[in-house]
Ligand binder design. Sequence first.
Ligand SMILES: [Zn+2]
Ligand SMILES: [Zn+2]
Length: 620
Amino acid sequence: MTGNEIRQKYLDFFEGKRHKVIPPAPIVPLNDPTTLFTSSGMQQLVPYLKGEPHPMGTRLVDSQPCFRSEDIPEVGDNRHTTFFEMLGNWSLGDYFKKEQLPWFFEFVTQIVGLDPARLYVSVFEGSSAASRDDQSIQIWQELFKTTAPAASNSVGFDPQVKIYTYPAAKNWWSRVGVPEKMPVGEIGGPDSELFYDFGEGLKLHEQSAFKDQSCHINCDCGRFMEVSNSVFMEYVKLEDGSFRPLPAQNVDFGGGLERLAAAASGNPDVFTTDLFTPMIQTLVQVTHASYTSPDHQQAMRIIADHLKGSIFLIDGGVTPGNKTQGYFLRRLLRRVVLKLRSLTNQPLTPTAYRQLVDSVIQTYQPVYFANLKNTQTLTDTIVTESQKFEKTMAQGLRIIHKTPADQITGQFAFDLYQSFGFPLELTEEILAEPGFKVDKAAFKAEFTKHQERSRTASQGLFKSGLADHSDAIVKYHTTTHLLHQALRQVLGSHVQQMGSNITAERLRFDFKHPQKLTDEEKKKIETLINQKIQAYLPVHKTIEAQDQALKSGALAFFREKYPDQVSVYTIGHDVNKDWYSKEICGGPHVTSTGQIGAVKIEKETAVGAGVRRIYVVLAG
Ligand SMILES: [Zn+2]
Ligand SMILES: [Zn+2]
């Protein structure tokens, strides 16, 4: 079964279990300054897992495109990627372990067709704070006992060799880690992972760096692949350090689509699944390299993953730059250029890039890229960025190769970054090639120092995506609604939100408008927002059908896909009439505009043809 088929069958299977299919969140989260990218399916569900009712009900399912920038250095082996899809199903205080585990087992064995003989599971072994997950153990025991091995129809599998228990560090979920670290009132619970065994025949363990140790399900040799995790949000921590069951227990399930597809094919290399093959084949055509050649394979995997990730990021509204999301996109594309150079001495032509882009789009349409009219603009972004780097790369590489080892310091790496645009990590990677005799420890220390310095400005953004919303952020977020409406009122209804970004210090809002704002317009907008703040208008939340909400005049962000039932925030004294602003939104809001205090427009600039950018700060 192919990856594209598995995605659809999974959604169908859980729809059959009365789940509602929800649209995935944008890959760049909207209005969420706590994280740069959507890196898991549960990210958009956090408010609902914490107790807020979800407009679509208590059983939800989706497939979420994710990007994990922290995995950039891991890419190159058979299973790590920065871009991947996470299959997710959720119970919000609805079903629990005795439904979740048998359902997923049924899905992988009956629908995907994985041989139960190759499946293994892990469960929480218990600690002084929380007890062993006996319920999950019992459910898995039943499932394996009643599942007959393929060669026999009389005896089930021995559950003793199928179920492994692990401590909290491996099989416990909470936002802050193990039970002992959790503050009073924090929620958490055990989780249970499923592993697929590719078997002894491939000799993955014997050929790995772990060959001197014995192999086990959590071994990193690649023989066992973790394909999914069922998290059971079961407990709340009490004052005395013990745990009490939550009144409403949640299930948060996440499964790797590419890994399931690899398991279904019996080949542990995710790059040989249908989610990658069209791209790898095109790469072979345009570079004349060979995927099976040990000299080429790693570079081809990096290029395929990074280009695919870049395409999803560009489609999600990211442009290459030196900060935040743009920095990661730039890093991906520059690494692609460097790796391409190891496969072919010629830079790729724009046509070759176009073919690569098309191979990715074709793999994922019509599930994703539904609104993409043509791939030219997307290709142009990649080609422009690549060509810019190709020019300076050769020069930079010459300097690296000419410089005596003892002069290759952290400062040197930083200069390369500034003069030739070599991301620091890229310099580190080049220097890690054999033939460079540098004091790696000293370099690493210098490098880390500079790396931290260069990132200070955006460091708060690298924190967990589950950070709580601070006061300032809630105020700024609510201000975007007032700003959006004020812009439309003063400039006209052609004003449309094109993006926004909030930090604890300011809000940034991009919108469609053909020319620079006059001082008078800015003053009018600022005054209008402050009037609405001083009027202490209440902020109401309602759940409405999407088409009804839009018909009633609610604004929506065009880049986001919304479910059939949506949360609508209305600012004004009456939800039905006489309101000031109405928007489809999932963000955090104040309950009365008066809580915002006062705001000030800081500046207004252009960001592209017909798009303006405005900065607003809290002033009181
Ligand atoms: Zn192993
Ligand atoms: Zn909002």
